[in-house]
Every structure is written in structure tokens, then in C-alpha cells.
Write a protein that binds this ligand. Structure first.
Ligand SMILES: Nc1ncnc2c1ncn2[C@@H]1O[C@H](COP(=O)(O)OP(=O)(O)OP(=O)(O)O)[C@@H](O)[C@H]1O
Ligand SMILES: [Mg+2]
Length: 278
């Protein structure tokens, strides 16, 4: 597969943009690092694009998301260039293999590990400005509950927590969800269980986590935060292979179990979460 072109024009004209109130902005996050957020974001984006959705994946980990590595992209312009006035926002949006768009943060963004008000404003306005041009914006966030992670999640209307069945991943997911309920007044959070060993594992794990939440995590409404199980992705050696080759699993081995699970997730999202924008 060849490298994607360096830039892609934003495809909505004013009339089209005005028909949409804007993209669904979905944060893909996790308590623990390395659980598969970037892999899920990129491949879910490809699966949604195949279903006719206009999708943007934004490196919301401000330079640490490794989206460029997973997608084998080498863009010249990034969000860092936009924030420093060296590029226009639309110039930094690039086409990814898989038919979706990507906005990388750029390595300079690591300087922003402490967020100033100016960076917050710029980040917020960048997302708002892009929203009319897409049906979905996936924010590939960092792990945990740092200031940057929580701020990027705050830009999203929906939060998807990726967790693996490992106890450490689940306790960290619980901690992150608790903060989201308290600080961001979230009433619900969606869960994807990645690297599941057996079918049904994810639903059982989500149920167990919900039981703990029912006891200890109340929302403003006085009810416990609700976990919505979106689906599971099995542990699959083809994932590592695709990442080693820097290709999308959805394109390299679309029939493997993990790719099929992501296709199912995309179907479910199109029918439910994204039905409004259809
Ligand atoms: N379903 C899966 N089956 C097998 N391996 C997987 C699966 N999902 C992810 N992995 C492995 O986990 C690694 C980490 O994935 P990824 O980089 O997407 O995690 P991340 O949550 O984005 O990490 P970070 O917190 O550092 O941003 C991948 O390189 C891959 O090898
Ligand atoms: Mg990542």
C-alpha cells in the first residue's frame, strides 16, 4: 500500500456543513496504557469509512498517540503547526489509508503536557471548526487521568473506554470512569473489551465493573453511572502482524477475528450512536 497523499481538502461546502449540526465527537480512552486505543481508533475509523461515514481521527494524546506509526503516515503539517500559526487547520488534515482523515498532533505538542488556557482554547476551536465536515471525530486520547487526557475527553460528547480483561487494566478503567463521573458529570460511558480471551468475556467483565460502580460511583442524578458494553475484540496474532507492517488490520486481513469484531462494532455504531447523522 502506498503512502497517503500529504493533504486532503475538507469536503463539505457551506450548504453541506449547515445541514449537519456537526460530527459526533467520541473520545477513545483507557485507564491503563497500551491496551489498544490507537489500534481500535484507526481500524474503527476505516470500518466506519467503509460504511460511508466521513471520519476524522485526531491524535488527542498531543504527540504520543503513535497514529502516524500505525498508519505509516509522514505528514509535513500537524496540529502543532496550526497552533503556532505555521499552517491552516485544513492543511494539517491528511488522508489515511482506509478512507478516513487524520490530524496528527506533531512532536512539538509534547511541550503542551501542561495545558495553558491558550492551548485549551486552540484545541477546543480546532475540534469545533472541524466538526461540520465529518460525521464522526474519534479522539485518540492518552491513558489515565492527566490534565491533557481529561481535557481532550471533555471535548467529546461520548466516551469509549478501552480495557483488556487484565485486573490492572480494569482497576485503572474503574479509576478513570470514576473521575469522569465526578469531574465531567458523565451519566454513561461506553466500554470496548479488547484482547478478550473468549466470547462473552467482555460482557461479563463489564457487568462486574458495573456492580462496583453501582456501589461507589453516583452521578449528579443520584443514579449510578451506566456502563454500555459496545462489544469485544478478541486477542488475535494478526493485530501484532498488522502493526509490525504498519498497515491497517481492516485492509491487511479483513477476515481475521479481530477485524471482524471491529466491523461488527462499526455496524452497531452506525445503527445506534451514529444513526442521527445518517
Ligand atoms: N486485539 C488484539 N490482539 C492482539 N494484540 C493486540 C490487540 N489489540 C492491541 N494489541 C497489541 O497492543 C499493542 C498496543 O496497542 P495500541 O498502541 O493501540 O495501545 P494504546 O492503548 O493506544 O497505547 P498507548 O496508551 O501507549 O497510547 C499493539 O501494538 C498490539 O501489539
Ligand atoms: Mg495510543
Amino acid at each position: 500500500m502506498s503512502d497517503a497523499p500529504s493533504t486532503q481538502p475538507l469536503q463539505a461546502d457551506a450548504t453541506e456543513a449547515s445541514r449537519y449540526s456537526g460530527a459526533r465527537i467520541i473520545a477513545v480512552t483507557s485507564g491503563k496504557g497500551g491496551v489498544g486505543k490507537t489500534f481500535v481508533s484507526a481500524n474503527l475509523a476505516a470500518a466506519l469509512a467503509r460504511r460511508g461515514k466521513r471520519v476524522l481521527v485526531l491524535d488527542a494524546d498531543l504527540g504520543l498517540a503513535n497514529l502516524d506509526v500505525v498508519l505509516n503516515l509522514h505528514p509535513k503539517l500537524t496540529l502543532h503547526d496550526v497552533f503556532t500559526g505555521k499552517a491552516r487547520l485544513e492543511e494539517a488534515v491528511v488522508a489515511a489509508p482506509g478512507g478516513f482523515s487524520v490530524l496528527l498532533a506533531g512532536s512539538g505538542m509534547i511541550e503542551y503536557s501542561r495545558l495553558t488556557q491558550d492551548v485549551r482554547n486552540q484545541f477546543y476551536h480546532a475540534v469545533q471548526k472541524l466538526a461540520p465536515y465529518f460525521d464522526v471525530i474519534l479522539l485518540d486520547t492518552g491513558a489515565g487521568i492527566s490534565e491533557v487526557v481529561l481535557f481532550s475527553i471533555s471535548l467529546a460528547s461520548e466516551v469509549v473506554v478501552v480495557a483488556t480483561p487484565e485486573p490492572t487494566s480494569l482497576t485503572d478503567a474503574y479509576a478513570a470512569i470514576k473521575v469522569l463521573a465526578m469531574q465531567q458529570k458523565r451519566q454513561h460511558v461506553r466500554m470496548i473489551v479488547n484482547q478478550a480471551a473468549r466470547p462473552g468475556d467482555g460482557r461479563a467483565i463489564t457487568g462486574q465493573l458495573q456492580q462496583v460502580i453501582d456501589r461507589f460511583v453516583m452521578t449528579d442524578s443520584g443514579r449510578p453511572l451506566r456502563l454500555i458494553h459496545m462489544g469485544d475484540i478478541p486477542a488475535d496474532p494478526a493485530v501484532r502482524e498488522a502493526i509490525m507492517r504498519r498497515q491497517l488490520l481492516q485492509l491487511l486481513t479483513p477476515g481475521c477475528p479481530a477485524a471482524l469484531a471491529i466491523s461488527q462494532l462499526a455496524n452497531k455504531m452506525v445503527e445506534t450512536l451514529l444513526a442521527r447523522a445518517a
